[in-house]
Design a protein around this ligand. Structure first.
Ligand code: GLU
Length: 449
């Protein structure tokens, strides 16, 4: 960790390394939070006495299970399923499920750990958890996806409940997968329990704005950060990496606010469309037809596809990394700053490496870390839970206004907390401290559990 870190925190970090060997993404997520906590532990000796930090770094429960399934040719496959129930101080475990071949315990633990603080920042009553599988949905038929989801839920169901643990989507898990899992949960438990999963379809307990929420929320957050600098999205050239759920609705909201997104990507390459991305086409290609972003260029002759390109080499004023972890390294961050980027809003979880974060903070650009900037997704999941509890459903405008209010609130909280702790403009410090204190105080109140 960085040299100015308190000795006690360094010892705790070394212990995390020792207890969780090889889980590099989890180490990275813990280091980022602990590095912010120096000024907190000197003000709050009770956190040290009650070993709050050591307890926060240890998940309350970790579930790893076998997921057997058959493909369309009758071949048997075995994947590994995970659910890490990290912290329930503020509410039932809440966090998505990720289906991607890169998934292993270290990825789920980094995501679950970040989720604790993100969920705390939303101000809603939700604890932190995450799950998923190393299953690769790419190229699978609809029936194969269904059989996998059913097998996954056949083990997971026993750990869930609207007051216990409430999963949602993440990379590789959207409305279709949530539907198959909800169906299997209902079948096994004989309960139509809407509050057990979020991201549901609109006709069976889902919330309007949930699909848009992470992208819209990240844009609202950066809009607030721009306002602090007497700036706005109007006329700004923007980059949005990825082309999944988060990226699509980030592009849409930026365009509504007058900005121009000129590029997006997938793991194969980058699409550049100087005129501004055609978001309806991306929706059709990715959400309906499940195709690759390369095909965009077939519909717009003035768009350019760069196979294996690096989106961060394209000059922009606002960058919204919305693909995956560690997609911006130190070199990319330097390129962005050199090219005149004034704001970075993380729609993805931990998309910037520690070297990259340092570049953004040193350059004093508006840098919104994921746990603050992308909290709109899970916040709207909590709004879905509210609607389910009331057996009600709210209008689009009402729900979007609530989301916007939550994001404005998160921005304000991170902004004010950073100032209070002597790091004005540093949303990393603001988010980590504000997110941590609420959880820590609840843990102190609950006693040694
Ligand atoms: N996977 C999303 C996240 O990273 C959403 C989780 C949820 O809605 O529970 O926050």
């Amino acid at each position: 960790m960085s040299p100015q870190i308190d000795e006690k925190l360094e010892t705790m970090y070394q212990e995390v390394l020792k207890r969780n060997p090889g889980e590099v993404e989890f180490h990275q997520a813990v280091a980022e939070v602990l590095e912010s906590l120096n000024p907190v532990i000197s003000k709050h000796p009770e956190y040290l006495e009650r070993k709050i930090i050591e307890r926060i770094c240890e998940p309350e429960r970790q579930i790893i299970f076998r997921v057997p399934w058959q493909d369309d040719n009758g071949q048997v496959h075995i994947n590994r399923g995970f659910r890490v129930e990290f912290n329930s101080a503020l509410g039932p475990y809440k966090g998505g499920l990720r289906f991607h071949p890169s998934v292993y315990l270290g990825i789920i633990k980094f995501l679950g750990f970040e989720q604790i603080f993100k969920n705390s920042l939303t101000g809603m009553p939700i604890g932190g958890g995450k799950g998923g599988s190393d299953f690769d949905p790419k190229g699978k038929s609809d029936d194969e996806i269904m059989r996998f989801c059913q097998s996954f839920m056949t083990e997971l169901y026993r750990h869930l409940g609207e007051h216990t643990d409430v999963p949602a989507g993440d990379i590789g898990v959207g409305g279709r997968e949530i539907g198959y899992m909800f169906g299997q949960y209902k079948r096994i438990t004989n309960r139509w329990e809407a509050g057990v999963l979020t991201g549901k379809g609109l006709k069976w307990g889902g919330s309007l704005v949930r699909p848009e929420a992470t992208g819209y929320g990240a844009t609202f957050f950066i809009n607030e950060a721009l306002k602090v600098r007497k700036e706005s999205f109007a006329g700004k050239t923007c980059l949005v990496s990825g082309s999944g759920n988060v990226a699509i609705y980030t592009v849409e909201k930026i365009h509504q606010l007058g900005g121009k997104c000129i590029a997006c990507s997938d793991s194969n390459g980058v699409i550049v469309h100087e005129k501004g991305l055609d978001v309806e086409l991306i929706k059709q290609l990715k959400e309906v037809e499940r195709r690759r972003i390369k095909d965009y260029a077939d519909y717009h002759k003035d768009a350019k596809y760069i196979a294996n390109g690096n989106i961060w080499d394209i000059p922009c004023q606002v960058a919204m990394p919305s693909a995956t972890q560690n997609e911006i390294n130190g070199k990319d961050a330097k390129t962005l700053v050199k090219n005149g980027c004034i704001a970075v809003g993380e729609g993805a979880n931990m998309p910037t490496t520690p070297e990259g974060i340092k570049v953004f903070l040193d350059a004093k650009i508006a840098y919104g870390p994921g746990k603050a900037a992308n909290a709109g997704g899970v916040a709207t999941s909590a709004l879905e839970m509210q609607q389910n509890a009331q057996r009600d459903s709210w209008s689009f405008d009402f729900t979007e206004k609530k989301l916007e209010g939550i994001m404005v609130g998160i921005h304000q909280l991170c902004h004010d907390t950073a100032e209070e702790y002597g790091a004005p403009g540093n949303y990393v410090v603001g988010a980590n401290i504000a997110g941590f204190i609420k959880v820590a105080d609840a843990m102190v109140a609950h006693g040694l559990v």
